[in-house]
Design a protein around this ligand. Sequence first.
Ligand SMILES: Nc1ncnc2c1ncn2[C@@H]1O[C@H](COP(=O)(O)OP(=O)(O)OP(=O)(O)O)[C@@H](O)[C@H]1O
Length: 251
Amino acid sequence: MVSKTSLAVNIENLCFHYPGNSGVTYDGLNLRIAEGERFGLFGPNGAGKTTLMNLMTGLLVADKGTVELLGHKIGTKSKAVNKLFGFVPQDFSFYQELSPIENLEFFGAWYGLNRKQIAQRSAELLEILGLTEVSHKAVENFSGGMKRRVNLAIGVIHNPRILFLDEPTVGVDVQTRHAIIHYLKQLNKQGTTLIYTSHQLAEAEGLCEQIALVDKGEIVREGKLDSLLEEYGHQDLEELFLNLTGKDYRN
Ligand SMILES: Nc1ncnc2c1ncn2[C@@H]1O[C@H](COP(=O)(O)OP(=O)(O)OP(=O)(O)O)[C@@H](O)[C@H]1O
């Protein structure tokens, strides 16, 4: 049992539906993620992973129930909670016509960093993510992999304690995938809690220690990946995933 003070995320009785009740519905969801974890949220297309990420980060507002990040309620007027987490969304969240440096200046200022902090942190991130040489070029001409790395740099510019990542490696080559996963593990070693979704289950297996499988707005199973594999007698996450969510196509 995780003590309440060490929770990165605490979701209690979360209810949500889209207007007209189209799409996924959450009806009393509970989820706890301990601080420092590498947590993976998996499920078929349309299961509700992005919806849940958006509810956890305040982009969507619950009909009922609460989401707390490190003890701070999401959705209140207090801006303090916004600085605690970073979000790397599935859709690119930067200004395409600006360079990586200009984007980082913009988002760094939004998070309240001063000019010196932004300059130092940007130089460090661009170096780690292999973007130094193109730091002054417009992002719109970048490859998909380079854009994913810019998206990641923006999500961590303010050194967040929790990092949400919605399919951070979709459409990238092996080199970029490797670099991103390596960097995420480093961040986690330094204390950042990772909350990640992906359909790349082999990649996920190397990253996530703790998982939840969601389907149709419900958590089908959650727990330590190793323990779940042992319990169900499966070799890997893909086998476990198919066992628990079935083989039917989802629309
Ligand atoms: N703004 C919206 N209005 C109505 N329905 C929506 C909206 N956004 C998503 N949905 C629907 O809610 C369901 C869950 O979508 P969501 O994007 O959360 O799933 P997901 O698990 O992230 O899927 P994927 O793996 O394909 O990214 C889908 O049926 C989707 O069509």
